[in-house]
Design a protein around this ligand. Structure first.
Ligand code: NIG
Ligand code: FE
Length: 388
């Protein structure tokens, strides 16, 4: 197998969990570093001066190298856009879950080819900004046929596909719709999905409905995740903790009981600061969660309604500026914790055996992602040992 040595790395973020424990810092940074790739995987990391020989040499020019971003929450399968809704919001109209139905109509009217090329464009946009693993949800089809085809489209781009038939009730009686989601829709969706998600929120589904839907998903072999506590306080976060879900996403409005439940369950709180940026809601308090011992991940939530950014660098900058995270915590949350939020141990770190998914920044340190907001700092993204 061909070996490639990336050398002259000014700062290498490894996310070595042992580094955090023995005082070398959360990111396991190695300075003046090198990284040996063997095929699609990392074979060795260390100081450039100690690097082994390799077939090919790549000079990083003193730049920072980070694990590729793991975006554990996105809704890329849709048609149309809602720029007018965004403009109205910026003129004072509050965000409401019901806007989802606008996108449902456009998505149902789109062909498979249109949906596929639109997802391809967004995935490419993400890659250019350093994302190497992305979770993609359905949730704008909301019929048996349109949810199944949305997931089939998503599956062409990632293994991390999530059935979100329970996004809103598209039309008709809510009880009948829950029966549809947990019955024929789940049957049609399950072969294309790894996860099942519910939008547990005022205007969408309550905690009892969410429990019913997640239980049905589990019986069909899908693992649960949840949108909760985005627009108001509610029972969603505690439900996620009670069910031992790997992650619960949004977590904007949290009581002390919610924070304690996250800490005790080990459920990851995935924060989505692009949403608060784009809805003018208050940002979630990452500092409070981290200080309580809760694991925090960051993701984009890229969708046409509440947040149409695909940029993890933007989310990192917002998390640092607005949510009390240090640059190191934010980078860790968008890489290592993102991988944990998808229950993946093959990505999210640059350590021997992990997949060689990485980002070369046009900057000397990871801090620049927050220090130079809005600047396209991702020089190159590598996936499975190859530059894209
Ligand atoms: O994660 N919260 C629910 N779903 C999306 C928004 C969907 C929309 O407005 O289209 C979100 O914010
Ligand atoms: Fe979402």
């Amino acid at each position: 197998m061909t070996t490639t040595l990336i050398t002259n790395i000014g700062e290498l973020v490894t996310n070595d969990p042992e580094a955090a424990e023995d005082g070398r810092g959360l990111l396991g940074v190695v300075e003046q570093a090198a990284l040996l790739l063997e095929g699609a995987h990392v074979a060795w990391v260390g100081r450039a001066a100690d690097a082994p020989a390799a077939d090919q040499l790549v000079d990083a020019g003193g730049r920072a190298v980070l694990p590729g971003f793991v975006d554990s929450h996105s809704h890329l399968v849709f048609a149309g856009d809602r720029a007018a809704e965004f403009a109205a919001r910026m003129a004072g109209t509050p965000y409401a879950a019901g806007g989802i139905r606008t996108t449902v109509a456009a998505t149902r009217a789109a062909t498979d080819e249109q949906l596929t090329s639109h997802v391809a464009r967004l995935v490419e946009e993400m890659r250019r900004q350093g994302t190497t693993t992305v979770e993609i949800k359905s949730g704008y089809g909301l019929s048996v046929h349109d949810e199944a085809r949305s997931l089939a489209v998503a599956r062409q781009f990632t293994d991390e596909t999530t059935f979100l038939g329970a996004h809103v009730v598209p039309e008709g009686d809510p009880g009948e719709y829950v029966d549809l989601v947990t019955g024929p829709m789940l049957d049609a969706a399950k072969e294309h999905a790894r996860w099942i998600d519910v939008f547990c929120e005022r205007g969408a589904f309550d905690a009892d409905q969410a429990r019913t839907i997640l239980r049905a998903g589990a019986a069909a072999g899908l693992r649960g995740r949840l949108h909760a506590n985005q627009l108001t306080y509610g029972e969603g976060v505690r439900l996620a903790a009670e069910l031992g879900l790997v992650a619960v996403d949004h977590c904007t409005y949290l009581s002390d009981e919610d924070v304690a439940a996250l800490r005790d369950s080990g459920t990851i709180a995935t924060l989505l600061p692009g949403v608060e940026f784009s809805t003018r809601q208050p940002y979630p308090d990452a500092r409070r969660l981290l200080d309580a011992g809760v694991r925090v991940a960051l993701a984009s939530d890229c969708n046409p309604g509440s947040c149409f950014t695909s940029s993890i660098p933007l989310c990192i900058a917002l998390a640092v500026r607005e949510m009390g995270m240090t640059p190191a915590e934010a980078v860790h949350a968008a890489t290592y914790r993102g991988a944990e939020a998808l229950d993946r141990d093959d990505v999210g770190a640059l350590l021997p055996g992990r997949r060689a998914d990485l980002v070369v920044l046009d900057a000397p340190t990871h801090v620049h992602l927050a220090y130079r907001p809005g600047v396209p700092l991702v020089r190159q993204t590598w996936a499975a040992g190859r530059p894209l």
